[in-house]
Design a protein around this ligand. Structure first.
Ligand code: ZN
Length: 154
């Protein structure tokens, strides 16, 4: 029996939208993995999937630097309403509108709770170049480590 070498040929065509939704929903996203491996290559050690117990929120940042108290979130453009891709008219009404508004409200509450507990929050959009995101995270890490060093010595 001849087998097709093209796996797509054996499947019925998928509507673009549902494929996008599946990609967006995935927990461990591609940009997130790219940023993690860049950080790792830069010698930065972090923890993943740590749920933090804070006053008023239990955020679960995507990348956590425990000692530096830096929490990184890689936010999906759709779920977190990125200003560039998150405001399609079809999304603002009906079912998704209120749901997405709650997501954003939860994000802001998490940011507030983290900052109140002495954490620095870095939010990266999934559309950002992983290399640039990495630079930004490292700059924040360097700033927080030197700040805490100054506080100890001074
Ligand atoms: Zn975006």
């Amino acid at each position: 029996m001849p087998l097709s070498s093209d796996p797509a040929a054996t499947r019925p065509p998928t509507p673009g939208r549902s494929r996008n939704m599946a990609a967006i929903k995935r927990r461990d996203t591609q940009p997130e993995r790219a940023i993690r491996s860049l950080l790792h290559a830069a010698g930065k050690r972090y923890r993943v999937d740590v749920r933090l117990q804070l006053e008023g929120a239990r955020p679960r940042p995507d990348i956590v630097f425990t000692r530096a108290r830096v929490a990184v979130f890689v936010d999906g453009c759709f779920w977190h309403c990125c200003p560039e891709h998150g405001r399609q008219p079809s999304v603002n009404g009906g079912y998704w509108g209120p749901k997405l508004e709650r997501n954003v409200a939860r994000d802001r509450a998490a940011d507030e709770a983290l900052r109140a507990a002495g954490w620095t929050v870095v939010r990266v959009w999934e559309h950002e170049a992983p290399e640039e995101a990495k630079e930004r995270i490292i700059a924040v890490l360097d700033a927080t480590t030197s700040a805490s060093r100054d506080a100890r010595t001074g």
